[in-house]
Design a protein around this ligand. Structure first.
Ligand SMILES: [Zn+2]
Length: 147
């Protein structure tokens, strides 16, 4: 890449030098100047083109999940969008492994917590079954089931 700039610099300086009488120090200065201009132009030409899409994503903060959203919540497990691990509940995992609170996790991937819960269906069914059993057990008391 630098050699292209160098070649171009030489061509420009030679064609310029052939038209005007430059002393050696002037020639060196001109080479430096032309080279710097070309190098900076090339830098500007390359960097924004490849950086632009990434910058756009960063600005939105939302990360694009690599796993199709329809696959992340199943009966037996939920998939962590951060690392792709499958588990019954992600609550503890995202906190320990990725230092994310559930709220941050949903925000990070722009998820709807109602559509994509952090626990698999089997787990939440077991939880609600347990809650029901507890309510049965507490029948006769005035306590409301809290869990
Ligand atoms: Zn994970």
């Amino acid at each position: 890449m630098a050699s292209d700039v160098l070649k171009l610099t030489a061509q420009i300086v030679i064609s310029h030098a052939s038209m005007s009488e430059l002393t050696s120090p002037e020639l060196v200065e001109e080479i430096k100047e032309v080279y710097n201009v070309l190098a900076s132009l090339e830098g500007e030409g390359v960097v924004p083109e490849t950086m632009a899409p990434q910058q756009g994503e960063e600005a939105g903060v939302v990360k694009k999940p690599s796993i199709p959203l329809k696959d992340i919540v199943t009966y037996k497990h939920v998939v962590c969008l951060e690392c792709g691990k499958k588990m019954r509940t992600l609550k503890a995992h995202i906190r320990k492994a990725h230092h994310l609170m559930p709220k941050e996790y949903f925000k990070r991937f722009d998820l709807d917590p109602k559509k994509y819960p952090l626990v698999c269906r089997e787990y939440s069914e077991q939880r609600s079954a347990m809650a029901k059993n507890r309510r049965f057990g507490e029948r006769g008391t005035h306590h409301k089931a809290t869990s």
